[in-house]
Ligand binder design. Structure first.
Ligand code: AMP
Ligand code: MG
Length: 422
């Protein structure tokens, strides 16, 4: 029988496919449960805690969509011009004092309530006026240019479902419904560390072998953009005892700890061991490039457990694994609706070879081809450490597991940076 050590399969194990990873997150992670109520002015970026029903019809009353003349459609001649006496003037903000009598029209402006009895509005551009009479052409459909009460949303309908992330658009709807505050889930708290003896704080004196920390700034920004509260916990040296202690401490008061660096199998890659010392590790190799080594785990702290994600050290790998690991995990913890990344089909203007059975991300720029259609060009430098490949491009092309080559003209899936994090 072979003599096997505990970790002999450390490199031989199966790589975890990206989709399986996202399914594990959905199945095994529960959202934070605490909620709070915030005024609309602070609701942007927050996650709706409970379904919110519209308290009123929107719009609240039938009103005119144009500047023109409100009429009863039954008064109109089908085969020729109709002449109606104009008996009133309705500006936005003022309601008619009396109903529209048969055979009459009322001057009306956009947003003014429809007078009782009127069902149709002529645009002023389509009419002529002679004294107090308006002359209307034939052919307008009943109900034209009238906005019905509740056509936007009905009182009682769910306007903002639980889990919706509130953007300016959603806050506008809440405001339009007259709401002043919204119950949201509390923000998740995310601790961010960089690791590596070579990594130093920007601005500090740099020795010959040191590099300035880019990843903490990348992650802090991406996390804040995702609506979470990021705690910047600095740079950790490649020292197992110090790493374990820092992770243990961060587990109290945070829902998630994200580190970069130190998760490969190099001699100084201690993050995995440190997590195993103070918590448990779920898996650490994902079928994704760049970014294959990704550690996930759970670390107990005071008052609960923190999820842990250890990303690789190269900045491009950090960005890609953020998109596919940290982002779905954060959305789930925050109680947000799933937001699957949906690559848009674009034409590749490059050749590329890849291995089967792993998902690969290529940094690309969008450009307009001679025929006016969009195509993407690959950034010339592939290295996972090339930070300018992230700043000089528009997004990522996502190449699925089964694909092995891209030729010019191949349709590929494009993820603009904006959908992941800018
Ligand atoms: P590691 O995963 O720790 O082996 O790191 C892989 C590469 O990423 C090495 O070249 C590191 O120097 C680099 N790296 C690690 N952490 C950072 C960081 N915070 N900012 C920029 N580069 C980093
Ligand atoms: Mg390192």
């Amino acid at each position: 029988m072979a003599q096997l050590s505990d970790d002999c399969f450390a490199f031989g194990g199966k790589l975890l496919p990206v989709d399986e990873l996202e399914a594990i997150i959905r199945a095994r992670v529960a959202p934070v449960s605490e909620t709070e109520t915030v005024p609309l002015t602070q609701a942007h970026g927050r996650v709706v805690a409970h379904d919110i029903a519209a308290p009123i019809d929107l719009p609240p009353f039938d009103n005119s969509a144009v500047d023109g003349y409100a009429v009863r459609h039954a008064d109109l001649k089908a085969d020729g011009e109709t002449r109606l006496k104009v008996t009133g003037r309705l500006q936005a903000g003022s309601a008619a004092l009396q109903p529209l009598a048969p055979g009459e029209a009322m001057r009306i402006f956009t947003g003014a309530p429809m007078p009782q009895g009127a069902d149709t509005v002529f645009m002023q551009e389509d009419t002529r006026v002679e004294g107090d009479v308006v002359i209307l052409p034939p052919g307008l459909k009943p109900g034209a240019n009238r906005r019905q009460a509740g056509e936007d949303t009905r009182a009682g309908a769910i306007a903002l479902p639980a889990g919706r992330i509130l953007t300016a658009r959603h806050v506008a709807l809440a405001a339009g419904l007259g709401l002043t505050q919204i119950a949201v889930r509390r923000k998740i708290r995310v601790a961010v560390f960089s690791t590596g003896n070579e990594v130093i704080e920007p601005g500090s004196a740099r020795g010959g072998a040191a590099i300035f920390d880019a990843n903490r700034f990348l992650l802090a920004g991406l996390i804040a953009e995702s609506g979470a509260q990021a705690s910047d916990l600095g740079i950790l040296r490649d020292e197992p005892v110090a790493l374990a202690a820092a992770l243990k401490e961060a587990a109290s008061g945070h829902d998630l700890i994200v580190t970069s660096g130190g998760v490969s199998t190099g001699e100084a890659d201690y993050v995995r061991d440190a997590v195993e010392k103070v918590g448990s590790l779920v898996f650490w190799r994902v079928a994704i490039k760049p970014g294959r080594p990704v550690a996930m785990g759970v670390i107990p702290g005071v008052g609960g457990r923190a999820a842990f994600v250890g990303l690789p050290g190269n900045p491009v790998a950090v960005y890609v694994t953020f998109a596919r690991v940290v982002r779905p995990l954060m959305l789930r913890l925050a109680g947000a609706e799933p937001q699957p990344l949906m690559p848009l089909p674009v034409r590749a203007a490059f050749s590329y070879k890849k291995k089967k059975d792993r998902r690969e991300y290529v940094r690309v720029s969008l450009r307009r081809a001679d025929d006016g259609s969009l195509e993407v060009v690959k950034y010339p430098q592939d290295g996972a450490g090339v930070i300018t490949s992230l700043t000089e491009t528009d997004g990522l092309v996502e190449l699925p597991e089964e694909l092995t080559r891209v030729e010019p003209g191949t349709m590929v899936g494009f993820l603009p940076y904006g959908v992941i994090g800018r």
